[in-house]
Structure formats: C-alpha cells, structure tokens
Write a protein that binds this ligand. Structure first.
Ligand SMILES: [Zn+2]
Length: 214
C-alpha cells in the first residue's frame, strides 16, 4: 500500500496534489477540507472560549462519538479529531476537566493523557502509515494555543513530502479525506491499537531490564 492509497489521502513522496476545482484562486498544491456541517462545533469562535459553557472540548463529550468526532473515551481524558487539521488524522488528546495548563493535570490524568497519545500514534500508524509525527501542547495564547482555556495535546501525523510545518499551520491545509471518513477509520481501529500498545508494554515488561551491573 502506498501512502496515496490509504484512507488518509496522503500524498506519496514527491507527488504534487492540486485542487480539482476550476474556480478563481491561487493554486498552491493544497487540497481543501470542505466541512461546513461541522461548523457548529466551533461556530462561537475560539477567541470567545473562556469558560466551560463556550468550550468545544467541554461540549464534545456530551455528544455521541460520531457527532462529536470523538475517537476514544478514557476515564479522565478523551481523543477527538481536530476540526482544523494540519494533516489528515490530526488528533487532539484532552482531559475532561476544563483546565488550561499541563501542570494542572493530576497524576492519573497525566498517565492517561500520555497513554491515549501513545495509542493514538499506534492507531494512526496502523491505518495511515505516517512516516513521523509532531506532538505537542501550546500553552497559553502567547504559546499559540487556539483554545488556551482547555488543555489539549496535538498528534499530527507526518508523511514525507507533506509540506513544511510552518506553512501548514499558517494556511489552510490540503486534506483529501473527510473528517467523517477519518473518524470512522480511526474509531474502528482504536481498540486493536490499544491492544497492540498493551502487548508492546507487556513484552517490554517481560524482557530483562538493563541492570546497573551490580
Ligand atoms: Zn473546556
């Protein structure tokens, strides 16, 4: 399977994608994500998000997985598709609690936050074959957080030749698969990805630990 064949619609290395539309505009090799039916998810605007009542990350878990684009729900944290993806399959890991800062997480939340990030990478690898990832949290508006009031970690799958990171975050990015398609794909593979991740942990636990030589 080549990257271009997968559900993520990612470009093969060196492949130049262009829009199919013959309308006014400047061709830039980026496809476009047309997803107006999801606009309600963010229609109140990120700049207005300060409290729970206007926070899409607090609202999402109150809807079903399909409507909210949630991929997986843990005890303290959940995984959701980013409606502003930098790349196809761009996920966000969030605590249920409306807290802004990484240091606000409890030990239990921190553990699950990390575990869901690791399973998210596993799920993306099994379904989209990315060559790499960008992981990270933007802390505070000065740190670049779109919704600074509610902590979220980005999981951005990367493919060779998918473009430079800064132009991607500065512009609308070329996404050839719909959020609904990707949500269905990732939702379907999540449990197996979690099992694969747990097997990896078990295998590591049973391997001889590198001792200090005493
Ligand atoms: Zn919130």
């Amino acid at each position: 399977m080549t990257p271009a064949d997968d559900a993520f619609g990612s470009s093969a290395p060196g492949e130049h994608r262009v829009d199919d539309f013959e309308l006014p505009g400047t061709p830039d090799g980026f496809d476009r994500l047309w997803n107006p039916h999801r606009l309600a998810y963010v229609s109140r605007g990120q700049h207005q998000v300060k409290d729970r009542d206007s926070c899409p990350f607090c609202a999402a878990p109150q809807r079903d997985d399909t409507d909210s684009l949630i991929i997986a729900r843990g005890t303290t944290c959940f995984v959701v598709m980013n409606v502003y993806p930098y790349n196809p399959g761009h996920l966000l890991v969030c605590p249920y609690r409306h807290v802004p800062d990484y240091t606000d997480l409890t030990v239990e939340e921190t553990t699950e936050f990390a575990r869901l990030t690791q399973i998210g990478m596993t799920a993306l690898r099994s379904s989209g074959r990315p060559a790499g990832f960008n992981l990270g949290m933007n802390q505070g508006t000065a740190g670049g957080a779109g919704i600074a009031a509610h902590l979220h970690q980005h999981i951005v799958p990367r493919w060779n030749g998918d473009g430079n990171f800064l132009p991607i975050i500065a512009q609308t990015k070329n996404i050839t698969a719909s959020l609904d398609q990707l949500h269905a794909t990732l939702h379907a593979v999540w449990d197996e990805a979690a099992a694969e991740f747990d097997r990896k942990q078990t295998d590591r636990d049973s391997a001889p630990a590198p001792g200090r030589g005493d």
